[in-house]
Design a protein around this ligand. Structure first.
Ligand SMILES: [Zn+2]
Length: 181
């Protein structure tokens, strides 16, 4: 897309940022330190590969904007004029793949843009691209969060159930957004 956009969001793709995102995962303390860099690399590669698939799609080349590309896939982008805070975490967007919809929360995006020092257009494009990655991982049933799994319960030596590291999907989503433009 444009270099200015890429420069603006570059900090979201830096290793420091990715490490700090991973460290906010409630289960990050269960990941060995030596595994963290490798996991970040793998998550970023998943995001980048998903972006490359789109870049090589003829429909991407024909479409002037991400919004139009997504809408041409039959996915609705729905704007809601609301802020969405849950326990101090601001949600700017959500996916509803079963309804073929991506929701953007305009007031949340404006506040996030202000906090990050971005203009609203840059923030919205970045958030939509990131969210579109979540939509793709859902429809492909291939989640970056499953790159690493920790037992849900461990009784003596028996592990019962597995759950992934959600923040790996966030890292992949940021790498996707960066690669796409
Ligand atoms: Zn996300």
């Amino acid at each position: 897309m444009n270099i200015e956009f890429k420069n603006n969001i570059a900090s979201f793709n830096s290793l420091d940022e990715q490490l700090s995102i991973l460290s906010t995962d409630p289960k990050s303390d269960k990941i060995y330190k030596r595994d963290r860099l490798l996991l970040i690399e793998k998550a970023e590669a998943m995001g980048r590969n998903a972006a490359k698939n789109i870049i090589s799609d003829s429909a991407w080349k024909e479409n002037p904007t991400l919004v139009q590309y997504i809408e041409d896939m039959g996915i609705k982008i729905i704007h809601e004029d609301k802020d969405f805070l849950v326990k101090d975490i601001r949600y700017c967007a959500e996916i509803y793949p079963k309804k073929k919809s991506i929701y953007l929360y305009d007031r949340a995006i404006k506040k996030w843009a202000r906090d990050q020092g971005y203009n609203v257009e840059t923030a919205e494009t970045f958030i939509l691209a990131h969210e579109f990655y979540h939509y793709i991982e859902f429809t492909n049933n291939n989640f970056a969060s499953n790159l690493y799994s920790t037992p849900i319960i461990k009784i003596r030596r028996v592990e019962i159930g597995k759950s992934g590291i959600m923040k790996l999907s966030e890292i992949a989503g940021n790498a996707f957004a960066y690669e796409l433009f």
